[in-house]
Design a protein around this ligand. Structure first.
Ligand SMILES: Nc1ncnc2c1ncn2[C@@H]1O[C@H](COP(=O)(O)OP(=O)(O)O)[C@@H](O)[C@H]1O
Ligand SMILES: [Mg+2]
Length: 456
């Protein structure tokens, strides 16, 4: 800090000088000769001593107080970096030290407070839920980043505004009003439309109180429950699909059995109907088998029995299993093998994957088609490719064929005995092995499935 200007000292000096001049002008006329010189010398000496004392008092007491006053003003303004000279004598020095200590403490407190508020802001801004704080008069005091992401405006558009001016969802005001009215947490769900994308949000309005239990405002929390909704919807669809899939064979079994119960059905027709009933119950059986398989795979306790798998041997076994069916359609299966890779995995499950892909390839390829299996290392993956030159899968369906019950052509799939669950099971097994599956296909040209399994 600059030393304060010594105007005060100058004023005192002038006053003392005037006093001495007055004394001189009174005393000097009363004396003469050498006495007069003596008196003048003594008076000038006395003036000098008074001045020195005055200067010392000024320097050690008045100037420090003035300086500390300036420092205090800076502290009040919030400038905690100012410091006083500590080199003053005695009490002034102590005072300066105390003031500096105070300034240092304030600076520390201020730094801590800033840090805490920064931490709090970081936490609030990085929360997975949107937050809005409304005071007891309805003014918005805080919104976090997630909230502005959800509602697509800037935080400045909300601060200091009344909540119903800035929120255009009637259900949110209702939540706020009920939370104010009943002084209890209130829940509601809303839907936000961002273009053609829908976001489902659960809003919780929770009142907060001061120590005297007076209501001070409402915290609104906005949880994104879109994923939950999607899972719920998937579950509903799944139940509907299962019921539908079971209904078809059962209806036909019941219908044919009823007809057969009539007396006058001739022997030939009876045999035909019995065949249909047999086939339909077969379908039911494979459907139930696949469903049980899926639910076993979905349970967390899916325990894979990991062993060393000789992939070439396993694929050759699979080819043997499907060869009867391939021969019926005169389909050729070729297998390229340059090396004899080994992986660790659950042998029975990996076999299930290959068999499913091979049966699909046979089912969705016309007579005299060709199916080719190839193995290849790609970085840390072993890629198993199953390629056919069959009917192919249209582009928009390729992303969906791994969904349960999804089939490009329901009638065709049913004729081949398909349940629509095969690829869902395949994907599950591959992912349980920490691998992934991809499909490439062109309509009427063919399809290739690529299974990537980790080598280690
Ligand atoms: N190799 C393939 N060629 C053409 N379409 C296929 C092939 N593999 C699967 N698909 C299509 O994907 C759908 C789902 O397959 P999947 O889950 O095995 O059920 P599905 O029981 O119908 O075989 C099939 O219905 C079929 O439309
Ligand atoms: Mg299938």
């Amino acid at each position: 800090m600059n030393r304060p200007k010594s105007q005060l000292f100058l004023v005192y000096t002038i006053i003392v000088a005037l006093l001495f001049l007055a004394l001189l002008s009174l005393i000097v006329p009363l004396s003469n000769g050498s006495d007069r010189i003596m008196i003048i010398v003594v008076l000038i000496g006395a003036f000098a001593i008074v001045e020195i004392i005055l200067y010392q008092i000024y320097l050690n007491y008045i100037a420090p107080v003035k300086l500390i006053n300036v420092i205090m003003k800076e502290l009040v303004k919030g400038n905690y970096k100012v410091r006083a000279f500590e080199s003053y004598h005695h009490d002034s020095g102590k005072l300066a030290k105390s003031v500096n200590q105070l300034a240092r403490n304030l600076q520390d407190l201020n730094r801590q407070e800033k840090m805490q508020s920064r931490q709090l802001n970081t936490v609030i801004d990085n929360m997975e839920s949107g937050i809005m704080l409304i005071d007891e008069q309805g003014y918005v005091h805080l919104v976090n980043r997630k909230f502005t992401d959800q509602f697509g405006k800037q935080s400045e558009d909300y601060y200091g505004r009344i909540y119903y001016e800035v929120l255009d969802q009637a259900k949110i005001y209702q939540t706020v009003q009920e939370a104010f009215l009943y002084e209890q947490s209130v829940k509601a769900s809303i839907t936000l439309n961002n273009g053609d994308q829908k976001t489902y949000i659960e809003v919780v309005g929770a009142p907060f109180f001061n120590e005297e239990k007076d209501l001070r405002g409402i915290v609104l929390v906005f949880h994104d429950i879109t994923d939950l909704k999607r899972v719920e919807q998937m579950r509903k669809d799944f139940v509907a699909n299962v019921s539908h899939e079971l209904k078809t064979p059962i209806t036909s079994i019941k219908g044919f059995a009823e007809t057969m119960l009539d007396d006058d059905v001739d022997q030939n027709i009876q045999t035909r109907f019995l065949k249909i009933i047999y086939n339909e119950s077969d379908r039911l059986q494979s459907l139930i088998h696949d469903l049980l398989e899926l639910s076993k795979l979905e349970k967390d306790e899916l325990k894979l029995k990991f062993t060393n798998i000789k992939v070439v041997d396993l694929i050759e076994e699979c080819i043997d299993i499907v060869s009867g069916q391939a021969d019926k359609k005169s389909i050729t299966i070729t297998f390229e093998q340059n090396n004899r890779p080994q992986i660790t995995g659950d042998e029975a499950r990996i076999k299930q994957v290959i068999l499913n892909l091979l049966f699909n390839a046979i089912n969705y390829t016309g007579g005299f088609g060709i199916i080719n299996i190839a193995l290849q290392y790609e970085k840390q993956w072993l890629r198993v490719e199953v390629r056919d030159n069959g009917i192919g899968i249209p582009g928009e369906a390729q992303a969906r064929i791994f969904e349960r019950f999804y089939r490009v052509d329901k009638a065709r799939s049913r004729n081949t005995g398909g349940t629509g669950l095969g690829l869902a099971i395949v994907k599950h097994i591959v992912e349980a092995h920490h691998g992934f599956i991809e499909v490439e296909s062109e309509l009427n040209k063919g399809t290739a499935f690529y299974v990537y399994l980790p080598v280690n």
